[in-house]
Design a protein around this ligand. Structure first.
Ligand SMILES: Nc1ncnc2c1ncn2[C@@H]1O[C@H](COP(=O)(O)OP(=O)(O)OP(=O)(O)O)[C@@H](O)[C@H]1O
Ligand SMILES: [Mg+2]
Length: 344
């Protein structure tokens, strides 16, 4: 197939996305596909006569490591020559249209919230992952939590507050303060008093106008992928220090991830059935990863679903695939295959 792997973008998860994209592109090339890796924000700056020729070009072997904190997006914006406010760089849609499918290796706001999915739908361009509606529902934690609550899926009690109108949200301490549509824990804090709460709110508002204040759940962190409606093996996440924040997510060796999670079979099947239900309730297509916390009494709280989860070989869904005996390349191809079902 001719495949565009779309990555980068202009969200706080830009660096993670470039790593995902580079790895996905490499794996798909190794499986015989012709792949063009494209940064959705910068577009294609090299000259070409026909988009189709880009799939035949030699790939660069460069990989960019993810930093200890999220990138400075103002600096990235300043680097672009193109003088408009579009989140898409030059020629992105034209090149994606020339491919058999675009593999979305984007993470975070503009790639994961349904907007690009809607643009691609309108333009008649095929892409991997969930469509616009499920993407939007899963991205917005306020909406997701409402849907969980009315579907009998336990989620930590929480309140959404808005910049300029943020009365004190008393859910008790400790509590978690996080941007409503963020990812990779950017802007997320765990706070145990009013002073920390005020500082955490100020930090979260830097990223978004809507912020969730949620009851802190003390317990084990578990996550599970769902492909084509069917749950994968469960991963337990154990940060060596603190919580699963940006640094602990992307710096090697700071978090232990165990797959399959060392939990009883009964818990595994409970969490797998719950993740399949989350997938259905949020109208997610193709694949996703659902995050949970399990408290000391064994109660499972769903935090959120990620519709474009990390796709480096050490990311969580690829680890689940490994536990199923699937290689990273096979997983990438499976994602393409199940994503094409949207178009049947
Ligand atoms: N209510 C909570 N109680 C305890 N810890 C929490 C809670 N909410 C979030 N956390 C911690 O913060 C992390 C990030 O939270 P969450 O998964 O809701 O947001 P995210 O930034 O969208 O994450 P992702 O990178 O998976 O997209 C969780 O992995 C968990 O460690
Ligand atoms: Mg999460």
């Amino acid at each position: 197939m001719n495949i565009v792997v779309l990555c980068g973008g202009i969200s706080t998860e830009r660096d993670v996305s470039i790593t995902s994209g580079t790895m996905v592109a490499k794996a798909l090339r190794e499986r015989g596909h012709r792949v063009f890796l494209l940064d959705s924000f910068f577009g294609c700056t090299e000259p070409y006569s026909r988009p189709a020729e880009l799939f035949l070009r030699e790939a660069s072997s460069e990989t960019i490591p993810v930093g200890e904190s999220e990138p400075d997006l103002d600096k990235i914006r300043a680097l672009r020559q193109q003088d408009n406010n579009s989140v898409l760089g030059d020629n992105v849609l034209e090149i994606c249209r020339a491919a058999d499918i675009t593999f979305f290796a984007l993470h975070g706001e503009e790639g994961e919230n349904g907007q690009l999915q809607a643009v691609f739908d309108v333009a008649g361009i095929k892409y991997t992952g969930c469509g616009y509606l499920g993407s939007a529902l899963a991205m917005n934690k306020t909406l997701s939590k409402k849907l969980f609550e009315c579907s009998g899926i336990l989620t930590p009690a929480g309140i959404t507050v808005y910049a300029g109108n943020a009365p004190y949200a008393d859910v008790g301490f400790p509590c978690v303060v996080k941007p409503c549509s963020g990812g990779s824990s950017v802007g997320t804090s765990i706070v145990s008093n009013r002073e920390e709460y005020d500082a955490a709110l100020e930090l979260a508002f830097k990223y978004e106008r809507a912020v969730i204040v949620e009851r802190y759940i003390k317990g084990r962190e578990l996550t599970v992928g769902v492909i084509d409606g069917v749950a994968m093996p469960v991963v337990e996440i154990i940060p060596k220090e603190g919580f699963y924040d940006y640094k602990n997510k992307y710096q090697a060796g700071l978090t232990t991830e165990i797959c399959p999670a060392p939990i009883e079979d009964e818990v595994t099947s409970r969490i797998q059935r719950l993740s399949e239900k989350v997938n259905e309730v949020l109208m997610i297509e193709a694949y996703c990863r659902v995050d949970f916390l399990m408290d000391d009494s064994g109660e499972l709280f769903c935090l959120e679903a990620n519709t474009l989860p990390g796709m480096t070989p050490t990311s969580l869904i690829p680890q689940m695939a490994t536990a199923q005996g699937k290689s990273f390349g096979e997983l990438c191809e499976e994602i393409i295959e199940v994503s094409l079902k949207k178009y049947l």
